[in-house]
Design a protein around this ligand. Structure first.
Ligand code: CA
Length: 231
């Protein structure tokens, strides 16, 4: 699996460096932004898997930035951990109500931060934990990169595998072609939206002999949904 990308939004370079150093050693790919504007540019260039957002930033508060991201339909699922020097319970509540997924109080150890990051990543993406995902007997093993139906292997190309992994870990929700491009290919890759349809067709074909093609549902005028439930 490619390294998870973490964007650190923090204006104090010393803290940014300290966090980046520890997380790089833990195998993460690190991006940095010194304010919310720079963070926006980074997010547009490549969607990170998780954001660490400091509370005190020069152009707006981390809380306001978090609220903005959570209001954006394309970005609202981006996991955010807020960093703050303020340990008051009221701030923590405000942070979580603003849409942050977790909250870490300075000073924190890299170890503590790592634990929070892993917990949040596992929550939003079960594949991170290496757990097997099973939907109606269709099983995806993210560690072995293997998909089986019953006990028969399902043969998939790399893109169809990534697509199925995304779908199986985000079931029952409709994603537009644009969102799928962003989530499966990453924001910096130029792929035509039509390409999605080609891979959807291939994925359905691979699942067809096991009767699972019905899980890949077209939602007219909206996009695609992966679901064991009916329309
Ligand atoms: Ca700061």
């Amino acid at each position: 699996m490619p390294a998870k990308v973490i964007l650190i939004v923090e204006d104090e370079k010393a803290i940014r460096d300290m966090i980046a150093f520890g997380l790089r050693r833990a195998g993460f790919e690190i991006r940095e932004a010194q304010d919310c504007r720079a963070a926006r540019t980074e997010i547009a260039a490549r969607r990170p898997d998780l954001l660490l957002v400091d509370w005190m930033l020069p152009d707006m508060t981390g809380l306001e930035f978090t609220r903005q991201l959570k209001r954006d339909p394309n970005l609202k699922e981006l996991p955010i951990i807020m960093l703050t020097a303020r340990a008051e319970e009221a701030d923590k509540v405000a942070g979580l109500e603003g849409g942050a997924d977790d909250y870490v109080t300075k000073p924190f150890s890299t170890r503590e931060l790592m634990a929070r990051i892993q917990a949040v990543l596992r929550r939003v993406d079960p594949a991170v934990g290496g757990e097997i995902v099973d939907i109606e007997g269709l099983r995806l093993d993210p560690v072995a990169h293997r998909v089986t139906a019953g006990d028969k292997p399902v043969v998939l190309g790399p893109t169809e595998y990534r697509m199925l992994e995304f779908f199986m870990t985000h079931p029952d929700r409709v994603y537009s072609r644009e969102q799928l491009l962003d989530r499966i290919w990453g924001g910096n890759v130029y792929v035509e939206e039509r390409t999605i349809d080609v891979h959807i067709r291939r994925l359905r074909k691979a699942l067809e002999e096991f009767g699972y093609d019905r899980l890949v549902q077209t939602v007219r005028g909206a996009g695609y949904r992966f679901s064991g439930r009916g329309e």
